[in-house]
Write a protein that binds this ligand. Structure first.
Ligand SMILES: Nc1ncnc2c1ncn2[C@@H]1O[C@H](COP(=O)(O)OP(=O)(O)OP(=O)(O)O)[C@@H](O)[C@H]1O
Length: 280
């Protein structure tokens, strides 16, 4: 647990917007703790007093409608939102890695150099690439990788930093269904080996319940549902108990499934996740 603390200031944002409500982010070696976290854009509150504790080593998924503020929350926890107006109390571990929907590999650096960027220890980088199944691709250029391989490299880049907290914003959202399922298995394997806390932002209800031990739904700027998924791993979509969790989450998201299995959500595209094939 934390022995070291330092102040990150998100207060600049509050000052810049003239709200005068300084937001304080305290970074220390502990799990995530949010109290009354607010974030606003142009005077509109997107996060409206979020209270949340994530114990060290817990795998949490965050669901919510498009525009509900999932990425805003993740960016706040990552300390990437210094320009955003807000207030509240935020504690996060010191070593945080973030994985986004696109791999964000630098095209002019080879894969191993991307993984090592800003760190030392070539052997660690090679080991991380081997862990994600990219042994032998160390000298490849990013444009020689498939989308799934690029996300593997992004995971290796985050691993090599030995994060206490892994923040992942729709990391598999751009991948085809089969690759996504393989990446689910990989992410869970990596988590089991390294045990960081994970906050995974996703639109995909099935991804959330197959991977996470706790699923949150963000609504009206707060955590509207906080569901513990008490099923052993590896999980199967066929598990009828997972079906009950799915229904509760879909209901919280305002999505209804008709008896034919079609998904209806007013004004929203159906979630492809709901029809994803069993990966077991
Ligand atoms: N930099 C910004 N400037 C202005 N408004 C913003 C900014 N970032 C986010 N917003 C607004 O805040 C709201 C929440 O955005 P956010 O990206 O956090 O939602 P989300 O739940 O992650 O959405 P999605 O699932 O579509 O990615 C949206 O209405 C968005 O337009």
């Amino acid at each position: 647990m934390a022995t070291h603390t330092e102040q990150l200031t998100a207060a600049g944002a509050a000052t810049a917007t003239g709200t005068g409500s300084a937001a304080t982010a305290t970074v220390e070696r502990s799990a995530v703790r949010l109290r009354g976290l607010t974030r606003s854009f142009e005077g509109r509150a997107v996060l409206d007093g979020v209270d949340l504790d994530i114990p060290a080593g817990q795998f949490v998924a965050l669901l919510g409608h498009s525009g509900s503020g999932k990425s805003t929350l993740l960016r706040a926890v990552a300390g990437l939102d210094h320009e955003v107006a807000g207030s509240g109390e935020l504690t996060a571990p010191q070593r945080v890695s973030v994985v986004f929907q696109d791999s964000r590999l630098l095209p002019w650096r080879r894969v191993l150099d991307n993984v090592l960027l800003g760190t030392e220890g070539e052997e660690k980088g090679r080991a991380a690439l081997a862990e994600v199944g990219l042994k032998g691709r160390e000298r490849a250029w990013p444009n020689e990788l498939s989308g799934g391989e690029a996300q593997r490299a992004a995971l290796a880049r985050s691993l090599v930093r030995e994060p206490e907290l892994l923040l992942a914003d729709e990391p598999f959202g751009a991948l085809d269904a089969l690759t996504r399922i393989r990446m689910h298995a990989l992410l869970r394997e990596l988590w089991e080996r390294h045990r960081p806390s994970v906050l995974l932002v996703t639109h995909d209800v099935d991804e959330a319940i197959v991977l996470a031990d706790r699923v949150l739904v963000l609504e009206h700027g707060r955590i509207g549902l906080d569901l513990t998924i008490d099923r052993p791993h590896p999980r199967s979509y066929r598990d009828p108990l997972l079906g009950e969790y799915r229904e509760r989450l879909l209901a919280a998201l305002g999505v209804t499934e008709d008896p034919e299995g079609a998904v209806e959500a007013p004004g929203r595209a159906p979630s492809p996740a709901v029809t994803a094939a069993d990966h077991q």
